[in-house]
Design a protein around this ligand. Structure first.
Ligand code: PLP
Length: 390
């Protein structure tokens, strides 16, 4: 029972070796500090939980939801989008609720790709862009994200025949795993590229709210022409510490949203309405919880950057996301360095190669544990490894 050819083509699980070691270390009683997983550690804000508690008691919410989502939910999205980005969305035509943005990102491939097509996928990147592509029998084209280009893909480097075969362009800024931001100029270039080759831009904006030092990431849809060629995926997971609730939305180009909605209405039956009510509370309530959370992540980011720089790194602080992306020292691969850090310091970091071949030579630290634990992790690394060279 091997599964079909698409399933057999899915990449192997790269963290298996580290996970085995982690299990063993924990069995031996080592106090392992995991900076591996990007899952927010703080609870969902109280007012959101209360809205859910009220909604759960309402029998109207016990029935099948619609796939597209409650109109009141889509209206709350549109209102939030207007306040946050100055963009007016039509909640009836330009917004669809998602069972977490991962669901929409995977399913968009089923809506727009077929065998022989290509999707342009950032590397390193969130694995779902290429996995969706592979599952429909289409082919990912990996666009390298390099430090010297600010971890932005160089669209001019994409071969002409690839651009012609491509139907989707996946982007994600603020970026997981590199922490990079994209500016308006980059989105303008991407929009022109998408127009020239008749490509749909899929912008994954999961980290739209996680930014430091007073920065505010922009939306693809606030850039001229963005809505003609693109859709944007949003998530409650990181903005409101709601990874377990499974709630997000896609918005933008009305035709693309209609196709995605039609696909979804055939494979799922939507998001539990009480969860959508919680989402409405999150979007229409005070956004102070986001500011507080960003302050927490910023303090943790500073602890990581200072700790690594003390050991010999020369990192600039990432402007957002819940990650620090750093090169491995001389003489190591991303996997061998991650193993060393686990063996010698009892600290889990993620090898960059897990995010694609161009992630080789890097590792990722997630800012999802308390700052004291981060400081301890870096102190242990310093004691175990000392100064490093590049
Ligand atoms: C966490 C994350 C998401 C969010 O996924 P959900 O399904 O909404 O929880 C999407 N994209 C990236 C790059 C992420 O890191």
């Amino acid at each position: 029972m091997k599964g079909n050819s698409a399933m057999q083509k899915l990449p192997p699980y790269l963290f298996a070796r580290i996970e085995k070691k982690l299990e063993k270390a924990q069995e031996e009683g080592v106090d392992v500090i995991s900076l591996g997983i990007g899952d927010p550690d703080r609870p969902t804000p109280e007012h959101i939980i209360e809205a859910m508690a009220r909604a759960i008691a309402n029998p109207a919410n016990h029935r099948y939801p619609t796939s597209v989502g409650l109109l009141s939910f889509r209206q709350a999205v549109a209102d939030w989008f207007k306040r946050r980005f100055g963009v007016t969305l039509d909640p009836r035509e330009e917004v669809v609720a998602l069972l977490g943005s991962k669901e929409g990102i995977a399913h968009i491939a089923f809506c727009f790709l077929e065998p022989g097509d290509m999707a342009l996928v950032p590397d390193p990147g969130y694995p779902v862009y290429s996995i969706g592509t592979i599952l429909v029998g289409a082919e990912p084209y990996y666009m390298p994200l390099r430090a010297e280009n600010g971890f932005l893909p160089v669209l001019e480097d994409i071969p002409e025949d690839v651009a012609r075969r491509a139907k989707l362009l996946h982007l994600n800024y603020p970026n997981n795993p590199t922490g990079a931001f994209a500016d308006r100029e980059f989105f303008m270039k991407a929009i022109e590229f998408a127009r020239n080759y008749d490509i749909l831009i899929c912008h994954d904006h999961a980290y739209s709210e996680i930014a430091f030092d007073g920065q505010k990431p922009i939306s693809l849809l606030e850039v001229e022409g963005g809505r003609e060629v693109g859709i944007e995926f949003h998530s409650f997971s990181k903005s409101f510490n709601m990874t377990g609730w499974r709630l997000g939305w896609a918005c933008g180009n009305a035709e693309a949203i209609e196709v995605l909605t039609r696909f979804k209405s055939n494979v799922d039956s939507g998001v539990f309405q009480a969860v959508q009510e919680a989402g409405i509370a999150a979007l229409s309530g005070s956004q102070e919880c986001i500011e507080e959370m960003c302050a927490v992540y910023q303090e943790r980011r500073d602890a990581v950057v200072e700790g690594l720089n003390r050991m010999g790194w020369k990192l600039n602080s990432p402007p957002g996301t819940i990650y620090v992306w750093a090169p491995v020292p001389q003489g190591y691969t991303s996997a061998s360095f991650a193993e060393l850090v686990l063996d010698k310091a009892g600290v889990v970091i993620t090898p960059g190669v897990g995010y694609g071949q161009f992630g080789e030579g890097y590792f990722r630290i997630a800012l999802t544990v308390e700052v004291e634990r981060i400081q301890e992790a870096l102190e242990r690394m310093y004691q175990a490894i000392g100064k490093v060279e590049f």
